[in-house]
Design a protein around this ligand. Structure first.
Ligand SMILES: [Zn+2]
Ligand SMILES: [Zn+2]
Length: 307
């Protein structure tokens, strides 16, 4: 099949080499659907989960409840940023659906769960322990369980998805109350970046300053008045976001997520008062991103820039 190639017309100064790279239009666009992005629950609120194309889930909070059974049955891979319940809560029930729909003759087979080793251990000990929920790490059989666990380290890259929708993901460092990471998805428009739950992490933001960013989703959980709590728990407040955004070149779309329900309006008032060239908005459930896919040449160039 012929591959259409084109060059982007816009070339921001900071990333000239990147923007001169070709786009591979033979690859399906990168699609990301926000299933949930709240830091707490309430009517109309769903906790963190993003659907990457049709086959990959990024975090598994209550947002997964937005998916139909048919959509859940398509999920081949789940990438978890950390073990907190608002990010893993529906994994046990997703496993139940997968057991019924995928672990049958001709079915798609196990879901691969990718996370830091500490996160995977927490799933084993505290969720799939036969008490909180049946052990789908051994059901329907030890040899063919519904979920298989795949550890990664910060800095690793994953190739997930299938065929024309195969994506490269980069695991970012994060500063949180438990071991955690962020996730970046490469696209021809730059990286789609999700910080995960994280306070200010110097290495992460140094790296973000050196790579082209298409979209940035950042955790800003608490208002400025709760700076001490945010520091202890590992989240940003508007004042720390303001300081970190100064490190990023250009004018990037920045989406604020993980707001705690009771303080959401106050947090956003403080966010909107930030004096910044970046385009800051509140991420909302069912928001969708679509970005041109990166060819391998682009991907490799960006990965080198990120090292
Ligand atoms: Zn957390
Ligand atoms: Zn969280």
């Amino acid at each position: 099949m012929a591959t259409m190639m084109a060059h982007r017309s816009c070339r921001p100064e900071a990333h000239g080499d990147y923007w001169s790279m070709p786009i591979d239009f033979d690859v399906a666009p990168v699609r990301i659907r926000v299933l949930g992005c709240s830091g707490a629950i309430g009517a109309g609120q769903r906790t963190t989960a993003f659907l990457l194309d049709d086959r990959v889930l990024l975090d598994c909070g209550t947002g997964v409840g937005e998916l139909t059974v048919e959509e859940m049955a398509q999920i081949d891979d789940v990438v978890l940023t950390h073990a907190h319940l608002d990010h893993v809560q529906l994994l046990p029930m997703l496993a139940e659906v997968a057991c019924e729909t995928r672990m049958i003759p001709g079915g798609r087979g196990p879901i691969r769960v990718h996370a830091l080793p500490e996160t995977l251990e927490a799933l084993r000990s505290h969720l799939f322990n036969g008490v909180i929920w049946p052990d789908f790490l051994r059901i329907p059989s030890v040899d063919q369980p519904t979920l298989t666990l795949h550890p990664f380290a910060v800095g690793d890259t994953l190739r997930l998805g299938t065929g024309r929708a195969t994506r490269r993901l980069l695991l970012l460092p994060a500063a949180h109350a438990v071991p955690a990471c962020g996730i970046a998805v490469d696209t021809a428009e730059g990286w789609w970046v999700f910080t995960g739950d994280s306070g200010p992490h110097d290495t992460c933001w140094s790296m973000l300053a050196g790579i082209p960013i298409a979209q940035l989703v950042a955790d800003v959980s608490f208002p400025n008045e709760q700076a001490a709590l945010a520091e202890r728990a590992g989240h940003l407040i508007p004042a720390t976001l303001a300081r970190l955004l100064q490190r990023l070149p250009g004018s990037i779309p920045v989406h604020v997520s993980h707001l705690k329900t009771g303080d959401a309006d106050r947090v956003m008032t403080q966010v909107w008062s930030i004096d910044t060239p970046h385009r800051v908005s509140r991420l909302v459930r069912e928001q969708r991103f679509e970005m041109a896919a990166a060819g391998d040449a682009v991907t490799d160039a960006v990965a080198r820039a990120g090292r």
